[in-house]
Ligand binder design. Structure first.
Ligand code: FAD
Length: 474
């Protein structure tokens, strides 16, 4: 039996693995697909995570994970032939290129009399199961979640890891385990990734601990605290969910147990609804395969985006002169993660104040986020840019100064990532260009030397963005 690991790098609550384990001896395989992918290159931070996640999974499998690079359409029939496997089991993936590849693979394997068993190991609700009464897909989150998802049976309970797993031993000369993972060369040549390590527990066991720690300390007050980047009220589980070190069912039910026992009903409901935003992203991608490449509202095809690489570089490097934006972009660069509230602020700044196409931001996030996820990333960028299905109304242009004052009132987040401003009093921290020059001098700051002057005027650029929107609104 071949068990093809994909975005389900775990042993517990892995429906495909459980089935494979009951069918006989298992050949566990991970394939780095070098052929398909629609040109959406996996980013450097994701490759770094994948490298460590595979090492963790391999340890759990006693060093017997088979790891290869190539085209699964060639490799899997070949492996089945060599080992005499009569079935291949996997958990479903939902990116358009994966769906097309898997469909082809099913046909090819069945033509060779090899059974294929696919399961749901990554989503709470299959995208095709949730629809309006007339059969059409939902376009708006709230009815999708409240009527469509919550109206269905509750997500299934997680399955335990198989009690026993008989792994087919490697043949002589077959490279597997850590050596095969190293051979994939997932780690970037540049040692940039070394700084990410202290921030992340990677692999199934560590992710489970991270989930438990969040439930013990972060779930209480999640509803409000999740918006404050300096508070410990977010789970930071997005990468574990993306790579499937944890399933959404495990997270959903563990949260339910903790939340209901401790009477944290509102925090729990909010946490569940955030998991549902992940589902909605996959739902949108499934029903709109062009989500990564096309505006879901076609009128945005006429939007007068500007093309100013120097502004984009300042944004990427956290050198815009707007502290909340710079803190966010530096958090991203230093840790591979960005708090959700700040993701919205920096994305709004790029697409609206700087009027750069949302795909520039999507690409940068894809390369630098450890949780980079085609569905969530593209749906969120389109949401912020205003061109998505259930997008934020265009006039909702986040003011990074107001957002900073509201969600980082003591400046803890900004001072951490923009230490050159640390001495400024809270009142001036979020807009240093408005601080009296004597105060700036006293704090040892000269704008333009120690910290940039703002690269745009927030008021004028907001007005220009609204004007541009008017031009496509007829
Ligand atoms: P928590 O608040 O603890 O939420 C729990 C889980 O729910 C998350 O791990 C995540 O899986 C899911 N979730 C929460 N909020 C959202 C959301 N708005 N959309 C989709 N799922 C959500 N998320 C990604 O996983 N990958 C991405 O590439 C990604 N890109 C984004 C780009 C932009 C411009 C924006 C505004 C948001 C993006 N998000 C993305 C969504 C969200 O910011 C992250 O999922 C969240 O910050 C992860 O932190 P957490 O695990 O601590 O979240």
């Amino acid at each position: 039996m071949i068990l093809w690991f994909r975005r389900d790098l775990r042993l517990a609550d892995n429906p495909a693995l459980r089935q494979a384990a009951t069918l006989g001896r298992v050949l566990p395989v991970f394939i780095l697909d070098t052929r398909h992918g629609d040109g959406m290159r996996t980013g450097a931070a994701s490759r770094w995570w994948l490298h460590h996640s595979l090492l963790g999974l391999d340890r759990q499998l006693g060093g017997q994970l088979r790891v290869v690079a190539g085209d699964p359409l060639d490799l899997l029939p070949g492996l089945a032939g060599e080992t005499g496997a009569c079935a291949v089991c996997w958990n479903r993936c939902y990116e358009p290129w994966q769906i097309a590849r898997d469909r082809q693979l099913k046909t090819d394997l069945r033509a060779l009399d090899i059974e294929v068993h696919s399961h749901n190991g990554s989503l709470l609700w299959e995208p095709w199961e949730v629809h309006k009464d007339d059969g059409d897909p939902y376009r708006v989150f709230t009815p999708y979640y409240r009527r469509g998802c919550l109206g269905r049976p509750a997500p299934r309970h997680p399955l335990p890891a198989p009690d026993t797993l008989a792994v087919l031993p490697p043949t002589d000369g077959e490279q597997c385990g850590a050596a095969a993972i190293e051979a994939l060369s997932l780690l970037p040549g540049h040692p940039w990734h070394e700084k990410l390590k202290p921030h992340w527990p990677i692999g199934e066991q560590h992710s489970r601990q991270q989930l438990d720690a969040f439930l013990a300390k972060g779930l209480e007050d999640y509803r409000e605290g999740r918006d404050y980047p300096a508070r410990p009220n977010t789970s930071r589980l997005s990468a574990a969910l993306h790579f499937g070190e944890l399933s959404p069912q495990q997270v959903w039910h563990a949260a339910s147990e903790e939340g209901l026992t401790r009477g944290l009903d509102k925090d729990l409901a909010h946490f569940h609804s955030e998991l549902a935003w992940r589902e909605f992203s996959y739902y949108q991608l499934y029903h709109n395969p062009s989500l990564p490449t096309a505006n879901l509202q076609p009128k945005f095809d006429q939007f007068p985006w500007q093309d100013r690489p120097a502004l984009r570089r300042a944004w990427q490097r956290g050198q815009t002169g707007i502290p909340m934006v710079d803190a966010g972009m530096r958090q991203l660069w230093q840790t591979g993660y960005l708090h959700n509230r700040v993701r919205m602020v920096v994305a709004s700044f790029l697409t609206k104040n700087l009027m750069q196409h949302w795909q520039h931001g999507e690409r940068w996030f894809r390369d630098t986020l450890v949780d980079a996820d085609l569905a969530s990333n593209c749906a969120s960028w389109q949401w912020v840019a205003g061109c998505g299905l259930d997008a934020a109304p265009y006039f909702r242009i986040f003011n990074p100064v107001t957002q900073g004052r509201r969600f980082d009132p003591d400046g803890e987040y900004i001072r951490h990532y923009v230490p050159e401003l640390a001495k400024l009093p809270d009142r001036h921290l979020h807009a240093p260009w408005e601080a009296p020059s004597a105060l700036l001098r006293e704090c040892g700051i000269r704008l333009g030397r120690d910290y940039p002057e703002p690269i745009v005027d927030l008021k004028q650029s907001r007005a220009a963005a609204l004007e541009a929107f008017k031009s496509i609104s007829g």
